[in-house]
Write a protein that binds this ligand. Structure first.
Ligand SMILES: [Mg+2]
Length: 361
């Protein structure tokens, strides 16, 4: 490719939730998406991250100057330059979320310039990407959860996840009652998953985990804070269900630290360095004999999840499943419990004109 990357454009969108939502340790009433577009030779690539509007400022002020004039073929070279540019700011957290959005846009641009689907450029191993239904916020009443499970069943989901550890683990009876309700709604053939978002103490998580084992739960996500790697490892050793974590992993060092303590490593393309970073971290999982589960952002995970042999599934997260078809044209649909991977050039998505309604920056 002889073209060079031109302008780097950012936009910020804020999508309110239908009602206030919460998990075990956080409440929210909107989701912010920061998009990045990069262009070269008449083609435009699109990426985004779910972050703060501040991520757009990081892109504009710290990354755009690094990315402009680069060869769009050399995505890993540009990724490395962006990573190095963050040395004094800190290369993780908000900074890496900004890098993630740019990296995704660069991969999309490269695939479009080559006129190939991104999944093929990355090295496709499957055409359909299995998902699990994810939501079950602690703010839901029984009727709202029933309605959500109906939607997941209609989409063919064979695994479903709800939030527990309500109010920092102070409503354990309600947590367990809601898991029992999920079993009743989902039926015996669905794999039940729960996410405590780090809301339990280690001892509490061990006791709740024993009850979850009795209820046939197969996946216990962040039973304790994922900063407590030793705690995760302890729980992995005593519980029958899988212990999962990794949604905050920003790089290979953090992936390497967490991998020995979990049964499945979660990785988020919008936080761990885009497709470049996700595949680097996924290699760490493989080296530890682990599968990878894509965290949130189902539309963005589709092409890279299609290229990972060790994939377990991708999280079809309710907030993102709702907003992604509003943000972009061409978001992949879920059929028979799997994302249908795009056969269009790039990842197949472009910003929707409709999305202007939710634009804030
Ligand atoms: Mg989680």
């Amino acid at each position: 490719m002889s073209a060079v990357v031109g302008e780097v454009r950012t936009r910020v969108y804020r999508f309110p939730t239908p009602a206030p939502e919460a998990d075990g340790t956080l409440q929210w009433d909107a989701t912010t998406a920061v998009t990045v577009e990069v262009s070269a030779d008449g083609c435009t690539g699109l990426g985004w991250t779910y972050s703060s509007a501040a991520a757009a400022a990081v892109v504009r002020e710290e990354l755009a100057g690094v990315v402009r004039e680069q060869d769009p073929a050399d995505v890993r070279r540009t990724w490395t330059a962006m990573h190095r540019a963050g040395r004094n700011l800190g290369t993780r957290g908000l900074f890496m979320q900004a890098v993630s959005a740019v990296d995704i846009a660069l991969w999309d641009l490269k695939a479009r310039l080559l006129d190939v689907p991104l999944a093929d450029l990355l090295g496709r191993v499957r055409d359909r990407v299995p998902v699990y239904g994810s939501g079950g916020f602690t703010t839901y009443d029984e009727e709202q959860l029933a309605e959500q499970v109906d939607g997941w069943r209609a989409a063919g989901c064979t695994a479903m996840k709800i939030k527990i550890a309500e109010s920092w683990g102070t409503r354990v009876d309600r947590d367990l009652a809601r898991v029992r309700q999920l079993r009743g709604l989902a039926g015996d053939d669905v794999a039940l998953m729960v996410d405590a978002n780090g809301g339990y103490s280690p001892g509490q998580a061990r006791r709740v985990g024993a009850e979850l084992d009795d209820l046939g739960v197969v996946w216990f996500e962040e039973p304790v804070t994922s900063d407590d790697v030793a705690g995760l490892g302890l729980l992995r050793g005593v519980l029958r269900c899988d212990v999962a974590a990794g949604e905050y992993v920003a790089d290979v060092y953090e992936a390497a630290r967490l991998a020995p303590a979990v049964d499945c490593l979660q990785l988020d393309v919008t936080r761990c360095g885009g497709y470049t970073g996700w595949l680097r971290c996924a290699a760490l999982a493989a080296a530890n004999g682990l599968q990878v589960s894509g965290h949130c952002a189902p539309s963005l995970h589709a092409p890279v999840a299609a290229a990972l042999p060790e994939l377990r599934h991708v999280e079809w997260f309710a907030d993102h499943a709702r907003l992604e078809p509003l943000l972009v044209e061409g978001a992949p649909t879920v059929e028979d419990g799997a994302l249908v991977v795009s056969s269009a050039p790039g990842h197949g998505m472009v910003l929707s004109e409709r999305a202007e309604e939710w634009r804030t920056g």
